[in-house]
Design a protein around this ligand. Structure first.
Ligand code: DQA
Length: 143
């Protein structure tokens, strides 16, 4: 199975960015751990990060060709992007929404997500392990 991990804006800054919210691990560290786990599960992992909304929309559109499941942290686009939501609805690829921080325990504007009602599941507040839990759940759902 092919699983695509998408990370939205500013997540390329992980490690340096507000460690009180997002921890000290870099995105590279997180992806490296996920790749090891993907090998164990015998699934193929594809990794994509972008700060640009249209690039994320375009990556989701091309995912229709070969991707079975998406793990997405839309970052700030969680709270703003009808376009990324519509892209996911268009391709109808099942997805899990991941957030490093607990978006329900922060500013009020972070409590609304344009993705949660379409997602297979939502993980928030557990840090980088959230991605690993999402991968385990994706593998289980693809069986
Ligand atoms: C985030 C939470 C969002 O509110 C924020 O804009 C991010 C990261 C998280 O992983 O906790 O960039 O998605």
């Amino acid at each position: 199975a092919n699983i695509l991990v998408i990370n939205g804006p500013n997540l390329n800054m992980l490690g340096k960015r507000e460690p009180e919210h997002y921890g000290r691990q870099t995105l590279g560290d997180i992806i490296e751990e996920l790749e090891t786990l993907a090998d164990d599960y015998e699934v193929r992992l594809y990794n994509f990060q972008s700060n640009a909304e249209h690039e994320i929309v375009e990556r989701i559109q091309t995912a229709i060709e070969d991707i079975d499941f998406i793990i997405i942290n839309p970052a700030a686009f969680t709270h703003t992007s009808v376009a990324i939501r519509d892209a996911l609805s268009t391709v109808k690829i099942p997805f899990i929404e991941v957030h490093l921080s607990n978006i329900h325990k922060r500013e009020a504007f972070r409590t609304h997500s344009y993705f949660s009602d379409l997602a297979e599941g939502v993980i928030a507040g557990l840090g980088p392990i959230g991605y690993q839990l999402a991968l385990a759940a994706a593998v289980e759902k693809l069986k």
